[in-house]
Ligand binder design. Structure first.
Ligand code: ARG
Length: 574
């Protein structure tokens, strides 16, 4: 089905181009109206075209409204303020549109979706702590992937794990010196983290350890069998731990091409950088300097010959184009890596083919923990992420135990898991991603306000209507949703439901899942108003009852679909 705004835009451009005898399509923008008193939609065309047409906005609006052709879509046009045009849609038309929800796929072809987009997200560093930034990257990246897929893009999900670098030399030294075998068997990642911290502490007292670590790293890089074995072991252990979190979050990747995967591709990238005169020698290292020092210089090879993060990202860029045939790449990391990505994108531009395709760095702020939740302790953040999910689950379980004790225990468990992890995800995704946020259980788990549980609860409410209908064997027969004798709130909700695909598009254009969250919250509030003010199952007018049932069904459908774009599943009761 075509998006309402697209339909309206077409109708407006036919009329406008006809009335003003020129092509003004580019100037026409159809927006959601800011208040319901301003109609279902609005356009500011008269204002933005005033100079071009050579008339005042109100004059233009007048001419347009008076000469707009009869059609099946628009009930009435109204001029407001300096020249806004408020658009009211016909009930019949709304009915036809809303019937398509759930039955027809949206047509997003206007977005140029015939593309392969790689999403580089999560990307923790092996045997180092998976910090909260990686959790945010995982949650936001997964949502972006789902949004892109929903729109029809071909996506590739790549976990660019940090599985190469200086930490391995240190870890090998630590392993040889301080590993507690028994602890390692019981909690391997915990023990790795412990000895890694131990290394840092010891190296402060005994700097010779750093030399040892460099030695071990070199051996590893040269293929020393024992070190290679240890390195693989560390990766295995870490991935196992990460996968526990991914499983619980319902996150999947197509690839786990970590940094080490690009090792043998880096020398040729370096060659290219030298050949094209982009990297220059500077005090023994190879460095890229930027025009007018717009960015700090980027080192691509150290004095000792080793490569850097930047080098590996350049090799990654090339591989993705050459081998994975991507058209675009998006990267998700916290905002501390802004300069890094500016540098690599800029170097990519300087290098030209095959590096210079469209890339976007999607940044997010820091998540802090309030109310005494201790998160960034030195011991084992990876495990703490699991604890966070466990805690959310336990708290939701308590609520279910109180509210709905009769639900069988195993179902309670499942519900608590979905609602609990959904609450954490929703908390993250409903925020403006670039701002820093503070995690508190009150905010995450509240059943009121813009929260995951509130939306879950709204969904459950609708499901309970359908359970009762089933019990009473009621099947709606009439299939119109907006009837002229309704009180208006149904209509408002129906229009809102039709705005869903636009919210998705907007969220994609800004890579901001919170636009979908905001939309869902507004929509759920409208539904709850409707639910509280109109009887559904006790309604005496059979036609009105049917209409309301259908409206509830469409609401549930959109709610479920919207939440799925945030990576959140729904439950039928709780
Ligand atoms: N492993 C990196 C870190 O934790 C993030 C990697 C992001 N992706 C990339 N292609 N550089 O900081």
């Amino acid at each position: 089905m075509e998006l309402l705004t697209i339909k309206l835009k077409k109708l407006f451009s036919e009329n406008i181009n006809n009335i003003f005898s020129a092509d003004y399509t580019e100037k026409i923008d159809i927006q959601n109206s800011t208040k319901k008193e301003f109609g279902d939609f609005q356009t500011n065309f008269a204002m933005v075209s005033s100079k071009l047409i050579g008339k005042s906005p109100r004059e233009i609006a007048n001419i347009l409204v008076e000469n707009f052709s009869e059609n099946d879509i628009i009930q009435k046009l109204e001029i407001a303020g300096p020249g806004f045009i408020n658009i009211y849609l016909k009930n019949n038309f709304l009915n036809e549109e809303i019937k398509k929800v759930e039955n027809e796929k949206y047509d997003f072809s206007f977005l140029n979706i015939d593309k392969t987009v790689i999403i580089d997200y999560s990307s923790p560093n092996i045997a180092k702590r998976m910090h909260i930034g990686h959790l945010r990257s995982t949650i936001i990246g997964d949502s972006i992937k789902r949004i892109l897929q929903f729109l029809g893009f071909h996506t590739l999900a790549d976990n660019h794990i940090g599985d190469w670098g200086t930490q391995f030399g240190k870890l090998i030294v630590a392993y040889k010196n301080w590993l507690d075998k028994k602890a390692y068997e019981e909690d391997p990642i915990g023990e790795l983290e412990k000895i890694y911290v131990k290394f840092s502490d010891e190296a402060k007292i005994n700097p010779a350890l750093e030399d040892e670590a460099r030695e071990e790293l070199k051996k590893l890089q040269l293929g020393d069998e024992n070190n290679q074995k240890l390195w693989k072991e560390f990766i295995d252990i870490s991935l196992k731990e990460y996968n526990k979190i991914y499983d619980r979050l319902g996150v999947n990747f197509d690839y786990y091409f970590g940094e080490s995967f690009y090792n043998n591709m880096m020398p040729s990238v370096l060659e290219e950088l030298k050949q094209k005169g982009i990297a220059k020698e500077d005090q023994g290292a190879l460095v890229v300097f930027f025009e007018n020092n717009r960015l700090p210089p980027a080192i691509v090879q150290k004095k000792d010959g080793s490569f850097l993060y930047t080098t590996s990202d350049l090799a990654t860029m090339k591989f993705r184009k050459d081998e994975l045939k991507v058209d675009e790449a998006v990267y998700l990391t916290d905002d501390r890596q802004q300069n890094h990505f500016k540098q690599v994108f800029e170097i990519g531009r300087m290098l030209g083919e095959p590096y210079n395709y469209k890339k976007t760095h999607i940044v997010f702020g820091i998540m802090r923990f309030g109310n005494g939740i201790i998160f960034s302790s030195r011991s084992g953040n990876t495990i703490r992420l699991v604890n966070l999910l466990d805690e959310a689950k336990a708290q939701v379980k308590k609520v279910i135990d109180e509210k709905n004790p009769d639900i069988p225990e195993d179902e309670k468990e499942k519900i608590a898991e979905i609602v609990g992890s959904g609450a954490i995800k929703y908390f993250d995704l409903s925020q403006n991603r670039t701002s820093d946020i503070t995690f508190t259980w009150d905010k995450v788990l509240s059943f009121e306000g813009n929260t995951g549980p509130y939306l879950q609860y709204t969904y459950v409410r609708i499901m309970s209507i359908f359970r009762k209908l089933k019990e009473e064997n009621i099947e709606p027969k009439n299939n119109d949703i907006i009837l002229d004798n309704m009180n208006g709130i149904e209509r408002e909700l129906a229009v809102e439901l039709l705005k869903f695909p636009q919210a998705v598009v907007k969220s994609y254009e800004n890579y901001r899942p919170n636009i979908i969250a905001d939309y869902l919250f507004d929509m759920a509030k409208l539904f709850n108003n409707f639910y509280n003010s109109s009887s559904i199952l006790k309604e005496e007018d059979k036609k009105v009852m049917d209409a309301r049932i259908l409206l509830a069904r469409k609401t549930a459908f959109i709610l479920k679909e919207g939440l799925s774009l945030l990576g959140i599943s729904t439950v039928n009761r709780m």
